[in-house]
Write a new protein. Structure first.
Length: 115
């Protein structure tokens, strides 16, 4: 059974930074393409960053240059470093395989960017 547990969210001012972590069990993150997704109120859940098995990274245009994705094989976690945060980044953030599997969604972690 795959479990993905996101953490690290919170309230941050515009221009601030947060680091999200996704602890995985039942799946080896370095052997799978993994992604970070987000869902804002009233909007669909979209991928914002992904990392391939080979370590290549891809970002949504809205976060390019501000977010980085990485993984820690020893801890079996996927990380999302978010810098220069904007109010539009406010959402619940989730990690999942890429493409996402419906049975892998965790609870997510809330990120709120507000002054």
């Amino acid at each position: 059974q795959v479990q993905l547990a996101e953490s690290g969210g919170g309230l941050v001012q515009p221009g601030g930074s947060l680091r999200l972590s996704c602890a995985a069990s039942g799946i080896i993150v370095r052997f799978n393409d993994m992604g970070w997704y987000r869902q804002a109120p009233g909007k669909p859940r979209d991928v914002v960053a992904r990392i391939t098995i080979s370590g290549d990274t891809v970002f949504a245009d809205s976060v390019k240059g501000r977010f980085t994705i990485s993984r820690d094989g020893a801890k079996n976690t996927v990380l999302l470093q978010m810098n220069s945060l904007k109010p539009d980044d406010t959402a619940v953030y989730y990690c999942n395989q890429f493409p996402a599997r419906s049975d892998f969604w965790g609870q997510g972690t809330q990120v709120t960017v507000s002054s």
